[in-house]
Design a protein around this ligand. Structure first.
Ligand code: UDX
Length: 439
């Protein structure tokens, strides 16, 4: 079986590499020739542990290649995965479907032999049914193109593992040959006992957004309790541990802090609200606007704490920001709470030094006016305040002894609840953490 993967961004590049790792001949397709050139040399345009090695291995073996040529791919592959982006539309909550639609239309135009098109992108419910109609209408005469929906649940930083050892596989199907073809594609993964859910288009589309909405809600839930513990005292980490022991709740995704960001959770909960609103069902997902608001209030709290610690005025003071990626093990700053907080403090007049092990370059493209430096030592030099905003291991291990010789004033805000606050307080630091009362 020959496989094409349309889109070579985060999802597409990982999926193409994963399919090659499963033993298929794979071609990755993109409209951007620069991306294709770089990937053909085994270079990735983003940071993802383990992925460059797999791409290089299969590019070298000839099992994986990249192209911009839809015509060639349409005549070659048996299965075409569509993994292009569905970003939030500027100024709106809805997802922008132009890349998915363009990819599917190009496939319809260029597929010259019977094939299965498999959507992987996160889309508004109803998209698969619409695209199936489009494919039927635009396919060449005598060519049979089926469609299936197979959502992707990969996390940045764990993309390879999540692709090759997923928690579950979901196939949304609406034609007789789609399921057997997908079973053959994923045979090696299914053989390891991975749960498989075979369902209709709508359920498959909704599984993905429901999972992300649940995860976002879990984070905002614990962050809402942070607002309470900040007011009355108590420890948010112990609270999370204690409720997390209840196996019905579970401890994962209960880490309080400056909230969620990235290319998925924020846009997906907004797109879901926009979609249900189109369907006249606003009320069913109204709680997600609260989830979003709680999440955004965490950033305000971090800024407020910084300004309170500095006596109400941050102008001309030196703030050291540790971490601007939306989470550790990633160089992604899309909707990053950390970068947002750093940028707001700059707008308030602070001199902001930023160090992130991987995300400096991406952050500098998005917000160039901060002072990006190459090490923690440089970032903390003469700082009036240190702000830990992304919990890289390097920062989690920080002690008062590491920082004290560098800074001008012993002030630390732990916006991710990862360091031992008592140790800093005992060493004479002015210390605050999100989710803890600050005197
Ligand atoms: C997410 C989903 O996990 C994944 O299944 C989906 O396919 C894409 O979206 P990702 O965006 O890579 O993956 O990151 P994730 O690990 O889910 O973290 C999202 C955000 O939540 C990060 O900003 C992270 O810092 C934050 N988070 C996570 C918390 O604030 N607290 C937690 O307990 C967990």
């Amino acid at each position: 079986m020959k496989i094409s993967v349309i889109g070579t961004g985060y999802l597409g590049a990982t999926h193409a590499a994963g399919m090659a790792e499963l033993g298929f001949d794979v071609v990755g397709v993109d409209v951007d020739p620069t991306k294709i050139e770089r990937l053909s040399r085994g270079e990735l345009p983003f940071h993802e542990p383990g992925l460059p090695e797999i791409i290089r291995k299969h590019v070298d073996s000839g099992r994986l290649r990249f192209t911009t040529d839809y015509a060639e791919v349409g005549a070659w592959a048996d299965v075409h995965f569509v993994g292009v982006g569905t970003p939030q539309m500027p100024g709106q909550h809805a997802a922008d479907m132009k890349y998915v639609d363009a990819a599917v239309l190009s496939l319809a135009e260029h597929i010259t032999r019977d094939a299965l098109v498999v959507g992987k992108s996160t889309v508004p419910v109803g998209t698969a049914r619409r695209l199936q109609g489009l494919l039927r209408e635009k396919a060449r005469d005598g060519v049979d193109i089926s469609l299936a929906w197979n959502p992707e649940f990969l996390r940045e930083g764990f993309a390879v593992k999540d692709t090759l050892e997923p928690d579950r596989l979901v196939f949304g199907v609406n034609s007789p040959d789609a399921e057997p073809t997908l079973r053959a594609v994923y045979a090696k993964i299914l053989a390891t006992g991975t749960p498989l859910i075979v369902t209709d288009f709508e359920t498959a589309e909704l599984v993905k957004v429901a999972a992300n909405a649940f995860l976002a809600t879990k984070i905002s839930f614990i962050n809402a309790f942070s607002e309470v513990t900040e007011a009355v005292g108590g420890d948010i980490r112990t609270l999370a541990d204690a409720i997390g022991h209840d196996t019905r709740i579970g401890r994962r995704f209960l880490n309080a802090g400056i909230g969620f960001g990235g290319g998925c959770l924020p846009k997906d909960i907004r797109a879901l609200q926009a979609r249900v609103s189109e369907l006249g069902l606003d009320r069913s997902m109204r709680f997600l606007s609260e989830v979003d608001e709680i999440n955004l209030r965490r950033r305000e709290r971090a800024v407020y704490l910084a300004s309170s610690m500095l006596g109400g005025e941050v102008a001309d003071l030196r703030i050291c920001v540790l971490g601007v990626a939306f989470k550790p093990e990633s160089d992604d700053v899309r909707d990053s709470p950390a970068l947002d907080v750093a940028a707001r403090l700059y707008e308030m007049g602070a001199a902001v030094n930023v160090y992130d092990p991987e995300a400096n370059a991406n952050a500098a493209r998005r917000f160039p006016r901060l002072n990006y430096v190459g090490s923690l030592t440089e970032a903390a030099a003469d700082a009036d305040l240190v702000l830990l905003l992304t919990e890289w291991d390097e920062f989690k291990a920080l002690t008062p002894e590491d920082l004290a010789p560098l800074v001008a004033h012993r002030r630390l805000i732990d916006a991710r609840n990862v360091v031992d606050g008592d140790r800093f307080r005992d060493a004479g630091w002015d210390f605050a953490a999100l989710g803890q009362r600050y005197p």
